[in-house]
Unconditional design. Structure first.
Length: 279
């Protein structure tokens, strides 16, 4: 084979090699262009485990970027654009939420009719309801979440609700302290209470009641006390934790004025009159 033919063969092989190389690069670029880029969205996830009935706050949740492929497994999720529509605030979990779980709007919005009151009752406590009126409920300013002391106004002679014109032995006893109000009528949140209070004005509706969170022993005492006399809610200051008054604290009319006796006129007023000595 002459040198000229060898040169032509070398040039031919080089051209074929270069062509194959360029063709391979074109195919690689074409495949790279055909492969779609992954799209990520920032969605709301739980930062910790939340059990049913636990109080959650906005700082228990965080944002996490997930691909569209990962999000395709979920029917509903909350994005940064949608967070304003669910009005994320503190609340009570009506379902169990695991750490890292993608949050749906339904997980944070209570079901229609409200969540069960049982979700608000702490372990070891009970809920019991008592009737209230404009006076016994602090002019209607007692609302869900407040702490109160429960006072019983009773009579040692007969039931206060059935006394005659003159009654001896009236007393007021503190039967429970630092009791949390779970609900006012059918409202279990302070926001809902304020909205309804705006509708009916300064006076609370007739036949109103409050639901209280108490121990099992206190529940039996309150039910009995409600039959013995009149219950009044003594509102505690916000943030107050010191229980300065012992639960057994009792005061009688004799302690207020040893020289007096109790008179309960038919107009339901209680007057204190000094005893008159007849010589």
């Amino acid at each position: 084979m002459t040198a000229k033919r060898l040169m032509l063969l070398s040039i031919l092989l080089s051209s074929v090699g270069i062509g194959l190389l360029l063709l391979g690069q074109d195919n690689s670029e074409h495949q790279a262009k055909e492969k779609p880029e992954q799209v990520f969205q920032r969605v709301l996830v739980s930062g910790q485990n939340i059990s049913i009935g636990d109080i959650y706050t906005p700082n228990m949740f965080r944002w996490q970027s997930l691909s569209e492929e990962q999000l395709s497994e979920y029917i509903d999720y909350v994005t940064e654009e949608e967070i304003a529509s669910i009005d994320l605030a503190s609340g009570i979990a009506h379902i169990a939420i695991k750490q890292g779980q993608v949050i749906a709007a339904a997980d944070l919005i209570p079901p229609q009719g409200g969540a069960s009151l049982a979700l608000k009752v702490r372990a070891g406590y009970r809920a019991v309801s008592v009737p209230v009126d404009q006076v016994t409920a602090n002019s209607g300013f007692v609302q869900p979440g407040d702490k109160v002391d429960i006072l019983l106004l009773g009579s040692k002679v007969s039931e206060l609700k059935k006394y005659d014109n003159v009654v001896e032995g009236l007393y007021v006893s503190t039967i429970a302290t630092n009791v949390r109000i779970l609900a006012f009528n059918n409202l279990s949140s302070s926001e809902g209470f304020q909205e309804q209070r705006h509708d009916y004005g300064a006076k609370i509706p007739d036949n109103s009641s409050v639901s209280l969170e108490v121990t099992p022993e206190q529940a039996t005492q309150i039910v009995l006390a409600n039959q013995l006399g009149r219950l009044t809610l003594s509102l505690r200051g916000s943030g107050e934790t010191d229980v300065s008054i012992p639960p057994s604290h009792t005061i009688t009319t004799t302690q207020l004025n040893p020289q007096s006796k109790s008179v309960a006129p038919d107009v339901d007023l209680i007057q204190l009159r000094p005893n008159s000595d007849k010589n």
